[in-house]
Structures are given as structure tokens and as C-alpha cells.
Design a protein around this ligand. Structure first.
Ligand code: NAI
Length: 282
């Protein structure tokens, strides 16, 4: 099955990025959001990033125009009826996601694949909310999408080999590198990354070193491009806590216990860069 037309649901930081890279790679794209203002903002962000890419001579003016011509707004989920693939990038909440997948399943053509960009929710459970669990898969892009090369492709229990292959081919066409991962809490990326971030927070909590020094240890000592506490602020401390909860609950192992300092910051509304304060001030 050839994928030609894609619907991206959710025009936030991830959805807009996914829509942009799909349109740049030559796919026809419908970008959908339940909130018209968010949709407008997502479209504007894409245009801004493409303009910056032209200024930096990474793409030509005509590349930009052609990309924007392939990108269309959608305000109704039933527009998926003309698409071969839907990629969902809405809020990280199982009830909201399964409701959207139920609707996509109703309106999408029989051959269409339904993918989720979830960073932690079980693909098997999302798939079970549809009548086509063999055609449901995880397509986990990294933030910021236009820059980061990795896509974790997550097989749910019932995902078929044909579905996996179609999504792996699509990922290659986006000039990204796919990795195959089975459905397990945190998949691979967050299972490894989040406990490291959580441990860095424990080190602050226990007075082992300052925030800046812990970031310096990991940057200069391990050659990480960004320290774990800076990275946590960029991801969002609420998101970090949410993923740690998924790992803790999913494995039932105390090694995944979220650090009390992380909980405290989230309760205070210190969510990182997006709220102006996390481990650093913005
Ligand atoms: P965001 O909050 O920036 O964007 C979510 C968008 O979805 C909003 O514009 C909202 O209006 C829209 N939306 C909510 N419910 C909807 C519905 N029923 N129908 C259509 N649109 C709806 O969130 P973000 O950060 O883009 O995350 C989206 C997904 O991507 C989540 O599942 C998250 O776990 C995942 N993810 C996030 C990463 C990150 O670094 N932020 C990295 C990788 C995955």
C-alpha cells in the first residue's frame, strides 16, 4: 500500500513538526486540531520555520512554496476519509486518545493506518479501541521534529508486519532513522532517558551537587549536548513526572519512583521552560 496523503491530528509542538516534515518529504498533508486557534498557530509556526530555513539557505524559496501548497488545514476528523495514514499527536491522555482513535477508525478508509506519537501510552490499548488493531502502530518522533533524526516505531501486540513495513518505509522517506521497538512502558527512549533525568533530580534533592554542576558533569564528562536538568526543563517537568509514573506503575519496581523534588516542582507550577521556571529561570 502506498502512502500518499497523511492527516496529522494535533497542531501543537509535535503535530506541527510532523506535518512539516511530511509535507517537505512530498506527502499531501491535512493538519487537524480541535482548537482553531491552535491550528492557526501550528500553521504559522511551520511557515516561520520554513522561512528561517530559506534564510539559512537550507531550502529554496520554491521548496518552501511547494511544501506550503501540500499542507492544508482540517477542522473535522472525518476529513481522514481521503487519507492513507493518520498520525495522532494530541494530549497525552488515554481517554482522549481512544475517543479520537474510535472516530478515526469510523471515518478512515479500510486500508488506512492509524499511528500515535504517544511518548508513553500503551499502543496495544490504543489499538484495542479500534476495529483494526493490526493497522495501529506507534510512531514516536523526537522533539524538535524537523531536527531530530530518530523515530521509534512501536509494535502493539496485534500490529501486522505489513503495517510495520509501511511505517518503516514512510520513516525512511522522511529522512529519519527508524528503530523497531516492542510495546513496553516508556518504549526504549524514555525507559532509558527518564530514569537518568530522575536520578539527576535525586542528586539535586540529596545535595550531591548543584543544578549547574550536575549538568556540567553530564555535558563535559559524558559528552551529552545538553545536561539532564536543562533537558528536563525543555521537555516539561509535568511530562517527565507523567512518564516516570507510567514506568513506576508499569514495572512496579521502586527504581522508577519519581523523585519527591520533581513532584514538588510540578505541584508548584514549575514546569520548566514553558512556565518560565523549572530547574532554571527563563
Ligand atoms: P501540545 O499540547 O503542544 O499539542 C497538543 C495539541 O492537540 C493541541 O494543539 C490541542 O489543541 C490538540 N488537541 C487536543 N485534543 C484534541 C482532539 N481531541 N482533537 C484534535 N486536536 C486535539 O502537545 P505536544 O507536546 O505536541 O504532544 C503531543 C503528543 O506528542 C503527546 O502524546 C506527547 O506525549 C507526544 N510527544 C511529545 C513530545 C514532547 O517533547 N513534547 C516528544 C514526543 C512525543
Amino acid at each position: 500500500m502506498a502512502i500518499e496523503k497523511v492527516m496529522v491530528i494535533g497542531a501543537g509542538q509535535m503535530g506541527a513538526g510532523i506535518a512539516q516534515v511530511c509535507a517537505q518529504a512530498g506527502f499531501e498533508v491535512l493538519l487537524n486540531d480541535a482548537n482553531p486557534e491552535a491550528l492557526e498557530k501550528g500553521m504559522k509556526n511551520i511557515e516561520k520555520l520554513l522561512t528561517r530555513a530559506v534564510e539559512k539557505e537550507r531550502i529554496s524559496e520554491s521548496d518552501k512554496t511547494e511544501t506550503l501548497n501540500r499542507l492544508h488545514k482540517s477542522e473535522q476528523l472525518k476529513d481522514v476519509k481521503s487519507c492513507d495514514l493518520a498520525i495522532e499527536a494530541i494530549v497525552e491522555n488515554m481517554d482522549v486518545k481512544t475517543k479520537v482513535f474510535g472516530e478515526l477508525d469510523t471515518f478512515a478508509p479500510k486500508h488506512a493506518i492509524l499511528a500515535s506519537n504517544t511518548s508513553s501510552l500503551p499502543i496495544t490499548e490504543i489499538a484495542a479501541s479500534t476495529e483494526r488493531p493490526d493497522q495501529v502502530i506507534g510512531m514516536h518522533f523526537m522533539n524538535p521534529v524537523p531536527v531530530m533524526k530518530l523515530v521509534e516505531i512501536i509494535r502493539g501486540l496485534q500490529t501486522s508486519d505489513e503495517t510495520y513495513q509501511a511505517i518503516e518505509d514512510m520513516t525512511n522517506k522522511l529522512s529519519k532513522t527508524p528503530v523497531e521497538v516492542n510495546d513496553a512502558p516508556g518504549f526504549a527512549a524514555n525507559r532509558i532517558l527518564m530514569p537518568m533525568i530522575n536520578e539527576a533530580i535525586y542528586a539535586v534533592h540529596e545535595g550531591v551537587a548543584s543544578v549547574e554542576d550536575i549538568d556540567t558533569v553530564m555535558k563535559l564528562g559524558m559528552n551529552h549536548p545538553m545536561g539532564p536538568l536543562t533537558l528536563a526543563d525543555f521537555i516539561g517537568l509535568d511530562t517527565c513526572l507523567y512518564i516516570m509514573e507510567v514506568l513506576y506503575e508499569g514495572f512496579g519496581d521502586s527504581k522508577y519512583r519519581p523523585c519527591p523534588l520533581l513532584r514538588k516542582y510540578v505541584k508548584a507550577g514549575w514546569l520548566g521552560k514553558k512556565s518560565g521556571r523549572g530547574f532554571y529561570q527563563y
